[in-house]
Structures are given as C-alpha cells and as structure tokens.
Design a protein around this ligand. Structure first.
Ligand code: UDP
Length: 138
C-alpha cells in the first residue's frame, strides 16, 4: 500500500470554475497536496497518458476532450491514498456516483467527469512521473 496518488482536474471542471471546490473536497478528505501544476496537454501527450485505453471505443473522444483545455495535475498524499481517493471521486459515471463524491457534485457525464484518480500504486507513480520532475515535488 502506497501513500500517494495522482489526480487531474479535467477540462470540463476547470472550464466551469470548479478548481477551488474540488481542491476543498480533496483537502477535506484528508489529502495533502505535494505537487501541483496548471497546464494543457497536447493531443499527443493526452494520447500517451491514456495509452492503456487505446483499444477502448471511447479513446479518440477521451484524447480530444483531455487536450481541449487546461487541466490541474497534482500528486496527493494520505494513508491508503489510491483506494481512498477512488472512493472520494466516486464512480466513473456521475449518474452512478455516491452522494458526497466529487463526481456526483461536479461531473457532467461519463466522459466529462471532472477528475482523474490513479487506479493502482504502480499507475500513481507512472502518472506522477509523467507530469512532475524530482524538483517539482516534495
Ligand atoms: N470514459 C469515457 N467513456 C466511457 C468510459 C470512460 O469517456 O464509457 C473516460 C472517462 O473520462 C474516464 C476515463 O475514460 O474517467 C478512463 O476510464 P476508466 O474506466 O479508467 O474510468 P476511471 O478510472 O477514470 O473512473
């Protein structure tokens, strides 16, 4: 069990001015922000980040969406970070997300669902390394 996970506030949520609201919920959930940046992915970078999904039917749409506007990327720290953050963000489809979760409150649809959260310790490290160099984290 690792104590770190990686998140992105996706273009839909940044465009709707939900950065502050989402960061409040992240902090209230007991997560400490140990690296953070506001940036925009190129199509190529979004394609690389989501390469594991390249065989899925929604891949093209996902890459277009994730490169369509700015995002906020962050590394978060908490005991049991990966699993606890998945619980805090809720189901992929906001219609199925539990009350009180970030996606229930802020997501628009199954694709434009406000936040990303790593699904394993291994991917949390890979995804954090994708965005942050050693001098950009603590
Ligand atoms: N996604 C989509 N259509 C789908 C399923 C997923 O556009 O039918 C997008 C959505 O933005 C999701 C991302 O692809 O967050 C990655 O999918 P995954 O199943 O890994 O969901 P997550 O782990 O983000 O809940």
């Amino acid at each position: 069990m690792s104590n770190r996970t990686f998140t992105m506030i996706k273009p839909d949520a940044v465009g709707s001015n939900y950065i502050g609201g989402i960061l409040d919920k992240i902090n209230a959930g007991g997560f400490k922000i140990i690296a953070m940046k506001y940036t925009q992915l190129s199509k190529e970078q979004a394609g690389k980040f989501y390469e594991v999904h390249s065989a899925r039917p929604f891949y093209g749409e996902l890459v277009d969406f994730m490169s369509s506007g700015p995002i906020v990327a962050a590394i978060l720290e908490k005991d049991n970070a990966v699993a606890d953050f998945r619980t805090l963000i809720g189901a992929t489809n906001p219609a199925e997300a539990a009350e009180g979760t970030i996606r229930k409150q802020f997501a628009k649809s199954i694709g434009e669902n406000a936040v990303h959260g790593s699904d394993s310790d291994e991917n949390a490290k890979i995804e954090g390394d994708f965005f942050f160099s050693m001098t950009e984290r603590f």
